[in-house]
Design a protein around this ligand. Sequence first.
Ligand SMILES: *[C@@H]1O[C@H](CO)[C@@H](O)[C@H](O)[C@H]1NC(C)=O
Ligand SMILES: *[C@@H]1O[C@H](CO)[C@@H](O)[C@H](O)[C@H]1NC(C)=O
Ligand SMILES: *[C@@H]1O[C@H](CO)[C@@H](O)[C@H](O)[C@H]1NC(C)=O
Ligand SMILES: *[C@@H]1O[C@H](CO)[C@@H](O)[C@H](O)[C@H]1NC(C)=O
Length: 897
Amino acid sequence: MFAMKKKRQAICQKIYHSPRGPLLKMLFGQRSEYVSLILVFASWHPFHDPLPSTTSGRERLSLNAGWKFSRFTTNPDRLQYNTLKPWMLPAANDFLKSGTKRQRPSDAPPKVDYAQPSFDDSAWESLNLPHDWAIKGPFNAPNVSGGMGRLPSNGVGWYRRNLTAKADDLTKSIFLDVDGAMSYAAVWLNGNLVGGWPFGYASFRLELTPYLRVGDNTLAIRLENAVQNSRWYPGAGIYRNVWIVKVNPVHVGQYGTYITTPSISAQSATANLAVTVENKGSASQDVDIVTKVYAVDSVAGKRLSDPAATFATVKSNVAAGGSQTVNGSVTIANPLLWGPPPGQKPNLYTAVTTVLEAGTSNVLDTYETPFGIRSVTYDADKGIFVNGQKVYVQGTCNHHDLGSLGAAFNTRALQRQFEMLKDMGSNALRTSHNPPAPEFLELADKMGFMVLDEIFDCWSNGKTTNDFHLIFADWHEADLRSFVRRDRNHPSVIAWSYGNEIPEQSGTGGAATAQELKDILRSEDPTRLGTTGMNSASAGSAFANVMDIIGLNYQGEGIGPSASSAAPNFKKAYPNKMIWSSESASTLSTRGTYIFPVSSAISTTAGGATAGGNNTAQYVSAYDLYAPSWGSSPDKVFREQDKNSFIAGEFVWTGFDYIGEPTPYDKSRSSYFGIIDLAGFKKDRFYLYQSRWAPNVKMAHILPHWTWPDRLGQVTPVHVFTSADEAELFVNGKSAGRKKKASSSTYRFRWDDVVYQPGDIKVVTYKNGAEWATDTKKTAGDAAKLTASADRTTIKGATGEDLSFITVAVTDASGEVSPRASDAITFAVTSGPGQIVTTDNGDPTDMTVFQNPTRKAFSGLALGIVRANPGTTAGQKIVVTATAAGLTAASVTLEVV
Ligand SMILES: *[C@@H]1O[C@H](CO)[C@@H](O)[C@H](O)[C@H]1NC(C)=O
Ligand SMILES: *[C@@H]1O[C@H](CO)[C@@H](O)[C@H](O)[C@H]1NC(C)=O
Ligand SMILES: *[C@@H]1O[C@H](CO)[C@@H](O)[C@H](O)[C@H]1NC(C)=O
Ligand SMILES: *[C@@H]1O[C@H](CO)[C@@H](O)[C@H](O)[C@H]1NC(C)=O
């Protein structure tokens, strides 16, 4: 007890002499003993949520619950970024190496009522984060373009929350960590403007300590989104997780570790570690820094109890108000490597760094760094090698929205997307076109995806009136450095992209900016190569010359239906650079919708009834042969890749449909590019990619459906996607011919002369002469009932964050899906502690708000997303029922775990 008291007195002395001393003196008077007493009292009688007793010195607490929110379509406070900017710019200081540090102005920023503790927010909406204020609609929001998804993302949003601090908290450094807020976030504590960060996709930290007081505090965050600030649906609000981090004044800094694994063999791996310790106190501190490396059990997700290696203890001194970076190196015996399945396993390690008061066992901070041991090499002739094994890049590009959930981040929703992509044989992801949620990379690490981590869609020249180009000059360095520092320990990240189809790629000045950004990347992470997605820069151009990796958008397969790949030109110009298709295909289709006649070409530009489009219904044919003027079918992309075997692979535009950018029908709500639709239902081409990317999966898939009462006697082509090399089609039991994949450039089997008669079509496929897989499509009878199935029948109840995705199908009496059914289906929780979150059907033209529990089936299917009420205990059951007029209802039972 005496020793404890002595230690507290020592801490108090330090605090009194720290920059925050005056504040404490104000609060507690001049006598340090008094503070000491209060601290003892606080630890015995916590007057706020008792914190878990911890010896780690660090707490990271979710700040997602308990917010008040209001949105304003016209500016309610006369504030704008330009008036707040001088107080926001200093937040970038930790991420600036060029130029001078930004000083906070000495005068006070404009005062604003919404940030004051006295403001009455009782009439505002109560909510929890992550939150997307635009997703509840309605669609056709005034002044929001089709490109941006027609949802009300514009306007000013204010968030307010109470924050209770204990006396003990004022002895610490208290940070607010925001994983993502859309956009122009400005943060106040108790009416004081703390700072802000404008880029809506960035994660950022602000220090609250100087403005914090014991007892109640008022945190207020202002966001603002202009109209015309994005080419796709940006979402709006604090749409990712928010945290409070409490640490001792001496602690590991933000993103304060960097681990690399420069040499790897089966017997041993070297891990190099840099640790940056920051001292926000007023006295210099001698520290011992100890780091132990643990393997992580991939099933339990927990680290093993015995370390795999321990870095030599490093002694250091961290000056008051300064920071110190120390380095170490260690050998890990028999390392378990990280690599993409199915060829390799995504094994992970974690490094636990402890900062101790020198020569004592007094822990100042504990900081954990998950990482993986792996090597990546980029071979100009053969592509990507992970741990010496060639891995063909089978990737997709995706925007950040999660369909009907909007931009509001949800781990399970993203995990479900990753699971579907993995089933398709995909092994790579491009974070088009901006930094993902931190959990995206955690999932990619665990599941073994390779990530092309991308940060910018534009630089100084904008693509829309109010996009990032407005703040590029002030923020690009800080945004880029903080992005790389946040993400560079993830083994899943195999390359950086610092631009997508940058307007300057063909003009002047682009090469110089590209070089500047590349140099920043190199200085933060020399282990990975950088690239941009180039849709117009030509081989030998000053811009392309800068790239480490030649990233081709559409040029990889040739822009448009008749062009062939530009990759050979790039190969000639850059014989020693790796080339990949950073963006490919852009195939358009609407799930389950087949439009006749069917093009006989391998790839066709979509346009009206004779080219796969229905301009009235605004659908594109699901034969998956159609693309916009710059795009290609998957088949054409495969052909060009196979002709140019040095291409390292592709990132298809896109894995999932997304909100906004509804090419070619601008009146729609969501895109047509996805391999999987907005609801998460597979389009036919899922199987075309699977046939190529997962060639060992025994699969055959027939299209179209076979229920065409209006096509009796008409030619109705039948196509088959399969990993087999031979296929025979049977129409009502009669062979329509057995075909072999004619050449290496045939990627689908097609019987284009089949005449429709009701009944069934069946394909029997063979590989190397042996039967491989079959598929059948039958003519459905009258719709009679619903069927319901859940992606998982257990759901976690504790936080309410877990989700169950319920698919409902309209079928005939025998269970055959009615492929053109559009019955209105109502989802309800008919018993138990759950709720319907959203519904969807993947129809890009459906303007019913996502929260509506009634959803028309589209091509026979509808989706309901369900969660357990927060706080639900294990063992309870939730029954979800789907009903539709004239059809037998269906239900599914979920068990809360
Ligand atoms: C839409 O834009 C017009 C013209 O700028 C403006 O007058 C109007 O107030 C805007 N409407 C909304 C709802 O934002
Ligand atoms: C904060 O507390 C005050 C007083 O208890 C209350 O009126 C207000 O609604 C609270 N605000 C939030 C965001 O919870
Ligand atoms: C420590 O590691 C960092 C990051 O790898 C590196 O930039 C720095 O040069 C290293 N310092 C020393 C002294 O080795
Ligand atoms: C196009 O869509 C309209 C409206 O849904 C429909 O009536 C028409 O039959 C469709 N045309 C074709 C050729 O599929």
